[in-house]
Design a protein around this ligand. Sequence first.
Ligand code: PYC
Length: 316
Amino acid sequence: MSTIALKVIDSHAEGEPTRVVVEGGPDLGNGPMSERAALLQRDHDWLRSSVCNEPRGHEAMVGALLCEAYEADCICGVIFFNNVSNLNMCIHGTIGLTVTLAHLGKIQIGSHRIDTPVGVVTATLHPDGSVEVANVPSRRKAKDVSVEVPTWGVVTGDIAWGGNWFFLIQGQGPEIKFKNLDDLTDFTWKVRLALEASGITGDDGMCIDHIETFGPPVDPALAESRNFVLCPGRAYDRSPCGTGTSAKLACLAADGDLAPGQIWRQAGILNSVFSGTYSELPDGWILPRVTGRAWVTGESTYYFHPEDPFRFGIPM
Ligand code: PYC
């Protein structure tokens, strides 16, 4: 017989899945979300692995542990994680969490503050079901950084923070087409390893664990650009990646290529779109707002049979 049971609700935002743990998670106390995220990773990594890894999950699954908030006036706190580790912030996951909370009857149309390990974000559920996320402050750290990438040669990109660290590459590597998935994965994964090997990091030595390449949109009437985003566990983002779109907005703002309030529509590899705008903050920082849609796809209860060797997931 199972001693623990988890209740989860699944959704996807523009193709990328989110699995919100709504009951049965570990007690992480009531400290700041960053401390609780560290505790989750150190002492309760079974939760991440059970939710995201096979046999229940798959490489693209992003988990979200619903918590009580620490910061004032927030409706909840959340810790995101994926097939390999915690995630700092996740916009598609916040969009998924928002429609999940609406599905549970916990929120109505309007704006809701959500506490995350990297700061408070505000999710606005619109009457048409779309969700706008006012993200944490974002900025470009460095422009035109070059790195030698085995097989692919010298690759040049920008480093930016959008709630996660990104390396943003424009117009190099394989053409952004679904049929090029294997080559895009190989290219971006080798870029990631080359950055690590060269000691190129975000602030405080943080790993640049998201690699994003950009090309022209399929239909310029629907988007300004199309991207491919490789996530930390070598899975590609099925959505256009909201923190990646925030990092892109930071680069566009720094280059003077997008005015505050002007809309940028970022298509992803599946041609689904997030739209983004920003407002300026002091010292070169911006506040990105990213809008997308999500749908609840199912609810489950997970059981953990003591004789099941893979009850906590197949380790990656
Ligand atoms: O939408 O921010 C995002 C995200 C991060 C990783 C996967 N999706």
